[in-house]
Design a protein around this ligand. Structure first.
Ligand code: PMP
Ligand code: GLN
Length: 386
């Protein structure tokens, strides 16, 4: 008799990032699809990892993460977001931001619980909810600026609403939450038992002098929140898969019950290295302008094409409309663009649970200038602006 495999994620295939990266490799295309930098990370951080390994930091660290790293994180966030996060009780180091979000959802979601998700949504959110027996209640962000329609949120709140999942700066649109959004969120959750999961992996990748409004800034929101971060995004090392979750002590102690029987603890030498590296603030303070320069450079090159830029205030993604180039749907056009023009992107329809087609593609500009130039030159060849 065959084993009875009853899929928990019946409707899920391989992620769009995996698919487009494989297609890019197959066609020797420039990969502006999956979000990762192609420039080197800081050499001194690499040296600190080697040093940590050579010094014998190769065994398990504390289940919640290296205490010194948690201390450094608390110093950093308390300064940046005027919060009072406690390193022992309120921070847990995780193998990446995705895992932090998954663990937060697993901590609170049971069968039939509803979670409000804004679409386009990062691809892991809905499967993470559904694998826990939860129901995703999807609310579209308003096209083309991808703002939240808070009246719609009020309509969608029900007795079963367990959590609202927010993401700012937002992947894929680059929209950011403003203080009016925070006020709306405060008034919606006040006097309810609703949790907030806040995906802030792009916290420092924010442009045009905008300020990142971390949930950590607002005690009345933080008391019900799991706030998730990623070292990969901030230190140009997505392959390290290291991040952390911050939550009030009572929520964090439940989060840790899940974490301790899943990952238990994360990679040790990288935690030692980051604890040392975090002494220096200049890295993350300069990150916004570093990436804005890349975005601006890419946009200046793309002006020569018929692609039309949508506003982007953060993350390392820029959306472009192509409705005056092709009538093909986003999926087909992104495949065609990879195969024929040699540039891989991500169709924004991949971030929706229902069919959608605004003729918009996501481009990752966290790349060397030369990579951006090569990509723009290829795109110019068939869509030059006359
Ligand atoms: N959330 C968003 C919105 C992301 O774009 C990503 C991936 N870049 C993550 C979470 C996951 O980060 P990590 O690689 O640290 O798991
Ligand atoms: N977060 C990255 C992106 O949006 C991809 C991470 C992944 O491949 N899962 O491109």
């Amino acid at each position: 008799m065959k084993p009875n495999l009853n899929s928990k994620l019946r409707n899920v295939g391989v992620t769009i990032f995996t698919k487009m990266s494989a297609l890019a490799a197959e066609h020797n295309a420039i990969n502006l699809g999956q979000g990762f930098p192609d420039y080197p990370m800081d050499k001194s951080l690499i040296d600190l990892v080697s040093h940590a390994m050579a010094s014998g930091h190769n065994q398990y660290v504390h289940m919640c993460g290296l205490p010194l790293l948690r201390e450094r994180i608390s110093e950093k966030v308390n300064k940046a977001y005027l919060s009072t996060v406690h390193p022992d009780a309120e921070i847990t180091i995780t193998p990446g931001g995705t895992y932090a979000i998954y663990t937060a959802l697993t901590t609170i979601i049971g069968p039939g619980d509803e979670v409000i998700v804004f679409e386009p949504a990062y691809d892991s959110y809905i499967p993470n909810i559904e694998i826990n027996g939860g129901i995703s209640v999807c609310i579209p962000l308003q096209f083309p600026d991808y703002k939240i329609d808070w009246n719609l949120v009020r309509e969608k709140i029900s007795k079963r609403t367990k959590a609202i999942l927010i993401n700012s700066p937002h992947n894929p649109s680059g929209s950011v939450l403003e203080s009016e959004d925070i006020e709306q969120l405060k008034s919606i959750v006040a006097d309810t038992g609703i949790f907030i999961i806040s995906d802030e992996v792009y916290e420092h990748l924010i442009f045009e002098q905008k300020e990142h409004l971390s949930i950590l800034r607002y005690p009345e929101l933080f008391e019900r929140s799991f706030v998730c971060f990623s070292f990969g995004k901030v230190y140009h090392c997505t392959g390290w898969k290291l991040g952390y979750c911050i939550a009030p002590a009572v929520l964090m102690s439940e989060f840790r019950k899940v974490h301790q029987f899943n990952c238990f603890t994360c990679n040790s030498p990288t935690q030692h290295a980051l604890a040392d590296f975090l002494k220096n603030e200049s890295h993350y303070l300069n990150l916004g302008s570093f990436l804005q320069k890349k975005r601006d450079y890419f946009m200046s090159l793309m002006k020569e094409t018929k692609f039309e830029a949508l506003p982007s205030f953060g993350s390392y993604f820029q959306l472009y409309r192509y409705n005056n180039i092709s009538n093909e749907n986003e999926n087909d056009f992104s495949i065609w663009l990879t195969q024929e023009a040699g540039v891989a992107t991500i169709p924004v329809s991949a971030f929706y649970s229902k069919p959608s087609d605004n003729k918009v593609l996501r481009f990752c500009f966290a790349k060397k200038e030369q990579t951006l130039e090569y990509a723009a030159n290829r795109l110019m060849k068939f869509s030059q602006n006359n």
